[in-house]
Design a protein around this ligand. Structure first.
Ligand code: ADP
Ligand code: ASP
Ligand code: MG
Length: 403
């Protein structure tokens, strides 16, 4: 007998028929003699709908109440799935996060799970019970409902796998695994059979939303193997585990993209020591994350142009901070928020020379202009014009033999 966490995402529980389908999967796993803890997301679109309700009330909706509101989506799915399982004559029960409890720390909308009580649920599993738990939420030390960031049901599943010491953690979703690129955008993308935590972490941080990045980070930290698989087919999914067990024949494993970034350029910045620190220190203080930075000497050799990228959501705030900054002198600020970030990721990049050159050459061949670049050991990202996103992904996918 093994203990499993099965997590079902929003599309998998997006309608009553789908919840009934999920109930059949859970029933089968239970009938195979496994102890089952199920984690569910809100029905597809629900969290966004709740969020828009809050915005209709106020653009400055109270943080505490927002978490109460957003957490309700998963609670609905829990009860519906438990009800569907009870209809199949199974001993199922939903547990809300305060009933377990699942303890979190951190700010509203951005908390982290730090612990949970395992006793009641373990007793229930011993009596052949099936426990249904809402993803994406917990309670704070003061007893308030909290949520743990968008896509957070993945993180709940991983936290449960760790704290309950389960034998497996299966992430059921609407695609049958992790692909070399988003299969809904790039039909020739290939399913990846196994992938390392490091690569998955880069891919999800760079836009592949199939796994939430903080969930991958926790799994990597505690060496919890994950499997991403489909609710709608029986095919094998993708196994995510530590790097040593994976054989790298390819330099690049996947191509990810995101449209979350914006680019800012300060033109004609006075060129003297300490200027970069003066620009970036106040941004850092306001928790604005600067990603890529490029500095050019201008034609008169006295001033410089500094370009950097930030999250698109931070654009207005960033410009305001720059404009109010008395420590820096420049001629003009320009920005571009019609950009996208295209990244290639692969643990095999470390041992394959020329990947950088091949990427730049491929984009140049298709006249795709690179606006900024950043690299790490296993990834290479470029900022390009947003309307060339799909062309760039397709080209890189072909050049690195992923089609
Ligand atoms: P869930 O609701 O199950 O959590 P998500 O919508 O969060 O599902 O994630 C699944 C989606 O991730 C897929 O439908 C797919 O469009 C998208 N996706 C993006 N990049 C990838 C990738 N590299 N491999 C697989 N899916 C990807
Ligand atoms: N329902 C939440 C969201 O849409 C959490 C999740 O689905 O993982 O972000
Ligand atoms: Mg998800």
């Amino acid at each position: 007998m093994i203990k499993k966490v099965l997590k079902f995402g929003g599309t998998s529980v997006g309608s009553i028929e789908r919840i009934q389908r999920v109930a059949k999967i859970v029933q089968k796993e239970h009938d195979n003699g496994n102890k089952i803890i199920v984690v569910v997301s809100a029905m597809a679109g629900k969290t966004n709908e709740l969020l828009s309700f809050s915005k209709d009330i106020s653009s400055n909706f109270n943080n505490r109440e927002l978490d109460v509101l957003l957490a309700s989506g998963e609670q609905v799915t829990c009860a519906l799935l438990a009800g569907a399982l009870i209809n199949l004559k199974l001993n199922a029960k939903s547990w809300l996060s305060w009933q377990i409890p699942i303890l979190t720390e951190g700010d509203h909308s951005n908390s982290r799970i730090i612990n949970m009580n395992i006793e009641k649920i373990n007793n229930f599993l011993d009596k052949k019970g099936i426990a249904i738990i809402p993803g994406y939420q917990g309670i704070s030390s003061s007893g308030d409902t909290t949520t743990i960031g968008r896509g957070g049901s993945d993180a709940t599943a991983v936290a449960i796998a760790k704290i309950f010491n389960t034998d497996s953690c299966e992430i059921y979703t609407d695609v049958d695994g992790v692909y070399s690129s988003d299969p809904n955008k790039i039909p020739v993308a290939k399913r990846i059979e196994k992938i390392s935590y490091d690569e998955m972490l880069e891919l999800s941080s760079l836009g592949a939303k199939v796994m939430q990045s903080s969930a991958v980070q926790t799994a990597m930290m505690y060496n919890i193997p994950l499997e991403v698989r489909s609710t709608f087919t029986d095919r094998n999914g993708t196994k995510i585990f530590s790097q040593e067990s994976i054989d790298y024949t390819k330099s690049v494993t996947g191509v990810a993209y995101s449209k979350d970034d914006a680019k800012i350029t300060l033109i004609g910045v006075e060129d003297k020591p300490g200027i970069a620190a003066n620009i970036f220190e106040p941004l850092n203080k306001s928790q604005i994350n600067v990603d890529m930075v490029i500095q050019n000497i201008s034609s008169d050799q006295k001033t410089t142009d500094i370009t950097f990228t930030i999250k698109r959501d931070d654009l207005i705030k960033t410009k305001k901070i720059l404009e109010l900054n008395k420590e820096i002198k420049y001629n003009k600020i320009t920005h571009n928020d019609k950009v996208s970030k295209i990244s290639i990721v692969g643990a095999g990049m470390v041992s394959t020379p020329g990947v950088t050159y091949r990427m730049f050459k491929a984009l140049a061949e298709d006249k795709i202009n690179i606006l900024a670049i950043s690299t790490s050991e296993i990834k290479l990202s470029v900022i390009i014009d947003e309307d060339r996103t799909l062309d760039a992904i397709k080209k890189l996918h072909t050049v690195f033999e992923l089609d």
